[in-house]
Ligand binder design. Sequence first.
Ligand code: SIN
Length: 291
Amino acid sequence: MRHNHIVKKLSILGTTEIRGLDLSEPLDDELIAEIKDLWNKSGGMLVFRNQHLTSQQHIDFSRQFGIPFGSPEGVPMQDTVSRYLHPDHPELYCVSNKVDKKGVPKGRKGAGTYWHSDVSFREEPAAASILYAKQIPSVGGDTLFADGTAAYEDLSQAMKDLLAPLYALHDFAVAAATQYTNPFVINDDLDGANKALHPVIRTHVDTGRKSIFVNPGQTSHLDGFDQAESDALLKFLYEHMTQPKYIFRQIWQEHDLAMWDNRTMMHFAIDNYGDDPRYLERVTLMGERPV
Ligand code: SIN
């Protein structure tokens, strides 16, 4: 990184912290290329500290890396989350336990409190998610990230060969059944548009590295297997991926902007802060069909 930006490794997995960069202004092409390169080298996990961004500046920063779900050129995320989108910025998904004076939620409470990869149930799932911490509880509210690339690379060759031709079904109905309460699930979301078969091992379009691409929150089963067989193999993969050595724990500081790659990792938001206010806004960038 050029000039006086300070770049520091936060974990053995490559997670990288960047200080001294002001993301509120447009970046030049060279700097965008440097950030992309650093992001890929970090395994897909960058944390920019001490950012002071309006919602629009957060969106503008994110658009330099792709097309957001909910933007005029993009497609919306599933309808069920539409009630948690920012009233003035449909590109922003609000994550919060706060309510306004009328008791209306300011965001989705308990969003992402399970292992998942954002929007994995679409034919073209999310690439980056870019989450900006505007208010953080005094303790708790960390987010865990599991590195699916490191976990893949440590598998035996025999297991890699077994997994290589497999596909898994990702289905919003899995998350809807466990994470969303009726009547807040919009039934149209369950009619097929949020269901997709993806390779269990996907290859990153920029780095060529392979990652395990299944997650307990949204993957229903391995294609062609009996449910019991599928459950056993997926259970092994989930236990393997979530070993402490593959986990980065993001202990949020106010004004952090975290940018992660949903193609290489899954995440889990820890809901352990009660009513202590927490408010974050997320831009989710559309990705390509996994191969
Ligand atoms: C999410 O994007 O899944 C929410 C993450 C968080 O609240 O930390």
